[in-house]
Design a protein around this ligand. Structure first.
Ligand SMILES: NC(=O)c1ccc[n+]([C@@H]2O[C@H](COP(=O)([O-])OP(=O)(O)OC[C@H]3O[C@@H](n4cnc5c(N)ncnc54)[C@H](OP(=O)(O)O)[C@@H]3O)[C@@H](O)[C@H]2O)c1
Ligand SMILES: *[C@@H]1O[C@H](CO)[C@@H](O)[C@H](O)[C@H]1NC(C)=O
Ligand SMILES: *[C@@H]1O[C@H](CO)[C@@H](O)[C@H](O)[C@H]1NC(C)=O
Length: 326
């Protein structure tokens, strides 16, 4: 066997360094939303706005002059976020409203308050999400991860629809994930009746976000309400804090390759604010552009989207008013 010479070793080292730097530059090449859209007189709701991607989404809306509602479960963290947003933007029209998406009664209470107190809702960002909670049944008989990521936002969006329609042109943005492409929808296991896995239930719930975006867009055709789903990129946030160490540790090591939460908010902002999204209702975005090719084929089956919608109505107790018309 011939050992490598110093020259060869150096060549290998250089190639590896170049690869490493290219990977870094590629991962960190994040398109930023540069639109100047102003939001004076508009009202925006961001769920999970006390941290991560949601915080920077809310911060940007506040900079643009919107009234911003931080819809959060953890009140203390939300108040701290509010203070720092007010300080950074000088916009005092930022409020905290309590919302626990894993509880349908909390969702109803939140929606009732918004419907009573707010004149309008122009942008709803369904951003809050969770991964890795152990299998646990909520007070509503739902599985907690799926309830937080899908059933809660489903009910919330539906309860706010009249406000959104009255405020049209308005938008609903669903923060999904690229992992939706690995998701499946097993209608007999939406509550973990048969099997449970931390990853799969997350993948499936993120796929459900896309199916709902499709079905809602169909139902809202010609109302001036645009709905879309998106992947924010791989972002340095606390999202994985419930996951086991063998998942969290590699992410720590690769942290330098991941986006900052501010970079992670860019596609959300693009979907909420860019003019070209207005007539792309029901679509899926990533990297501040259309990314339909990444969508799970299940999302292109209207029957599956419709069925998930119907089951979600049953399991959340939501009754659409003019169902016969749809
Ligand atoms: N980070 C990524 O790489 C990545 C990739 C793809 C998709 N996403 C998606 O991006 C979204 C934002 O996540 P992130 O990365 O910014 O994570 P994060 O920093 O963990 O933020 C998640 C937010 O959701 C809130 N939340 C969790 N459970 C809730 C509940 N039951 N009711 C109300 N709020 C709840 C959290 O509030 P508490 O403080 O109360 O827990 C927190 O504010 C998620 O939908 C996630 O699936 C992230
Ligand atoms: C996203 O999609 C539709 C409309 O945009 C909505 O009904 C659904 O509840 C939303 N939220 C999630 C997280 O799926
Ligand atoms: C998940 O938990 C619920 C209730 O705690 C239980 O009925 C169900 O069998 C569990 N699912 C699995 C696959 O362990």
């Amino acid at each position: 066997m011939v050992l490598m010479s110093w020259g060869q070793l150096l060549a290998v080292a250089i190639v590896m360094l170049v690869l490493f730097i290219s990977l870094y530059l590629w991962m960190k090449d994040v398109p930023m939303f540069i639109g100047k859209t102003g939001l004076q007189g508009k009202t925006c709701i961001v769920t999970g706005a006390n941290a991560g991607i949601g915080y920077f989404t809310a911060l940007d809306f506040a900079k643009r002059g919107a009234r911003v509602i931080l819809a959060c479960r953890n009140k203390e963290k939300a108040e701290a976020a509010r203070e720092s947003i007010v300080q950074a933007t000088g916009n005092k029209n930022v409020v905290v409203r309590e919302l626990d998406l894993s509880s349908l009664s909390s969702v109803r209470l939140f929606a009732k308050k918004v419907n009573e107190e707010e004149e309008r809702v122009d942008i709803l960002v369904n951003n809050a999400g969770v991964i890795g909670l152990p299998n646990q049944t909520t007070g509503d008989g739902l599985e907690v991860n799926f309830a937080t990521n899908h059933f809660g936002p489903f009910l919330l969006t539906n309860l706010l629809l009249d406000k959104l329609k009255q405020s049209a042109p308005s938008r609903v943005i669903n923060v999904s994930s690229v992992v939706q492409s690995m998701g499946k929808i097993d209608f007999d296991n939406l509550r973990a009746e048969k099997s449970f896995s931390q990853h799969n239930i997350y993948f499936n719930s993120k796929l459900a976000n896309v199916l709902f975006t499709r079905e809602l867009a169909r139902r809202l055709a010609d109302t001036g309400v645009t709905v879309c789903a998106l992947h924010p990129g791989s972002v340095q946030t606390d999202l994985l804090h419930n996951m086991p160490l063998h998942i969290r540790l590699p992410m720590r090591v690769f942290k330098m390759f991941l986006r900052t939460p501010e970079e992670g908010a860019q596609t959300t902002l693009f979907c909420a604010l860019a003019d070209e999204v207005a007539d792309r209702s029901g679509k899926y975005f990533a990297e501040c552009r259309l990314a339909e090719r990444q969508v799970n084929p299940l999302a292109n089956d209207p029957k599956v989207c419709k069925k998930l919608w119907d089951i979600s109505c049953q399991l959340t107790g939501f009754k659409p008013v003019d169902e016969t018309a749809l």
